[in-house]
Design a protein around this ligand. Sequence first.
Ligand SMILES: *[C@@H]1O[C@H](CO)[C@@H](O)[C@H](O)[C@H]1NC(C)=O
Ligand SMILES: *[C@@H]1O[C@H](CO)[C@@H](O)[C@H](O)[C@H]1NC(C)=O
Ligand SMILES: *[C@@H]1O[C@H](CO)[C@@H](O)[C@H](O)[C@H]1NC(C)=O
Ligand SMILES: *[C@@H]1O[C@H](CO)[C@@H](O)[C@H](O)[C@H]1NC(C)=O
Ligand SMILES: *[C@@H]1O[C@H](CO)[C@@H](O)[C@H](O)[C@H]1NC(C)=O
Ligand SMILES: *[C@@H]1O[C@H](CO)[C@@H](O)[C@H](O)[C@H]1NC(C)=O
Ligand SMILES: *[C@@H]1O[C@H](CO)[C@@H](O)[C@H](O)[C@H]1NC(C)=O
Ligand SMILES: *[C@@H]1O[C@H](CO)[C@@H](O)[C@H](O)[C@H]1NC(C)=O
Ligand SMILES: *[C@@H]1O[C@H](CO)[C@@H](O)[C@H](O)[C@H]1NC(C)=O
Length: 426
Amino acid sequence: MLRLSGPILLVLGVAVLGRAVPAAEEYDLEITNNGPITTGAQATVHATLRIKNNSLASNLYHFNWIYAPLILIEKSERQLNSMINVTGEFPGTFPVSVWVTHRNCWLCRPVARNVTVLQITEFITGNLTIAQIEDSRFIRHGSSSSTGAVTRISFCLHDPSDYFKSARFVYNWDFGDGVYQITKEPFVYCNYSTMGNRTVHLKVIAEWEQIGSIIHEKETMQKTGDFTTSLELLDAVKGINVVGSRETHVMENLSLSLHINGTPPLSLCWLIKSECIPLEGEKCHLVVINGSCYNLSHTFSDAGQYCLSVRVENGVTMLQTYHEIKVWPTGLQPAFFVLLCVALVSVMVGLVLYTTFRSNTQQKDLVEVADFDFSPLSDKNLSSHSEPGCCQICCRSCFLQSPQETARESHELLLSFYKPVKMYTV
Ligand SMILES: *[C@@H]1O[C@H](CO)[C@@H](O)[C@H](O)[C@H]1NC(C)=O
Ligand SMILES: *[C@@H]1O[C@H](CO)[C@@H](O)[C@H](O)[C@H]1NC(C)=O
Ligand SMILES: *[C@@H]1O[C@H](CO)[C@@H](O)[C@H](O)[C@H]1NC(C)=O
Ligand SMILES: *[C@@H]1O[C@H](CO)[C@@H](O)[C@H](O)[C@H]1NC(C)=O
Ligand SMILES: *[C@@H]1O[C@H](CO)[C@@H](O)[C@H](O)[C@H]1NC(C)=O
Ligand SMILES: *[C@@H]1O[C@H](CO)[C@@H](O)[C@H](O)[C@H]1NC(C)=O
Ligand SMILES: *[C@@H]1O[C@H](CO)[C@@H](O)[C@H](O)[C@H]1NC(C)=O
Ligand SMILES: *[C@@H]1O[C@H](CO)[C@@H](O)[C@H](O)[C@H]1NC(C)=O
Ligand SMILES: *[C@@H]1O[C@H](CO)[C@@H](O)[C@H](O)[C@H]1NC(C)=O
């Protein structure tokens, strides 16, 4: 008998393996639980079989569960889903495993298996959340808050099976700055005025009455829970002040100082471009500064209008500012330009003197010649055909006035050319 069973089992085993070979990659078995729960409450564990190969979808499957030492309350199975409700009398972490076989082949190797771990505690389960309110809107969730704004700290009970449905709750808050509060609501508003790190403690007490299982008399039940959350209070970034010139020259080293009103460490990002742009995920020069001041220097290679965009963040707030910069051609060029104009004016004045002198004697001839030579070029400005008109053509870009006016204008221009230069040296 024993000698025979060996080969038979082997044959069976081969047959089983033969059927189960495609199992590994063609199925996914997802398993989740809605824990953690408190002792006595119920947890639900869900398992879902996902089939990657459509030709296998018509098969029927069977879910097998292992949940001991937990107590099964309910079990249900529908096509590719299965669910169990379990409860536990003792705290601990309990693995719950499931495996799936073909319905018509219970002895076959499972097509998929998975496990989940359920947490059971004797305490109340839940969660503390922090939200900051500004202008009656929630602006930020998380552990960083800014001082001076109202912070809402709320407790969220995790009770999927409604175990605490008849319980009364009392909340004891310790705000970490010597302030305590007892509430019946699961939330408080607080207003921290000094920055730093705070730890907020909450003790939750739940009380309810139930019929005792042994004496069958009403008895008062109580469960507690302790929760802690830490709050990093930072000052909001209130201002960015850019100190420095708004004008510079090509190839000059422009130095700017950024003064920031906010709690360090600050993450600062700056960018110089031809237009002002909001630095949202833009490529910018990122620096983390410990102080409140940052010096930057930049050398422009082309003249034009530029904009320094600055974004400062400190984990609570983000602030952005712009600083426009006008870049002039190199400092040498205006002087050179002035010299050129002075030379041109001298030439023109000489020409005018010369032609006035000559026109007294040969005016008629010249007008005729001028008329003949320049009529194709002439426009409204030149219709007078006078000699200064010739000069106007040469120096049109510079001066559109008669020589006398030109001389005055050039004087003014000389002044205005020196003005900005003066400004820079101050
Ligand atoms: C087991 O279940 C988890 C949770 O649903 C899932 O992320 C994981 O992929 C599963 N493992 C397998 C082998 O199916
Ligand atoms: C799907 O399963 C069928 C039958 O088991 C098999 O013939 C086929 O190759 C599988 N397809 C893929 C993509 O694995
Ligand atoms: C099992 O849990 C589900 C959801 O968690 C719930 O709807 C259902 O009523 C529970 N079943 C029993 C018998 O308690
Ligand atoms: C708080 O609750 C949320 C949603 O219920 C959960 O995702 C998160 O893990 C919980 N956090 C803690 C610390 O328990
Ligand atoms: C919070 O405190 C700050 C400073 O103590 C105060 O300026 C502000 O008005 C307070 N806000 C509220 C809503 O009480
Ligand atoms: C506050 O806590 C954060 C992280 O939790 C830490 O980086 C920071 O240095 C702390 N600040 C102070 C003043 O202790
Ligand atoms: C520009 O000037 C600053 C100080 O004013 C200096 O630290 C920096 O090295 C200079 N940059 C260049 C390119 O000369
Ligand atoms: C900023 O301060 C932190 C700690 O306070 C230090 O580790 C870091 O080196 C400092 N960074 C600079 C640029 O000074
Ligand atoms: C920035 O420059 C100013 C003077 O230009 C100097 O007093 C200050 O110390 C500098 N700050 C830093 C962080 O280099």
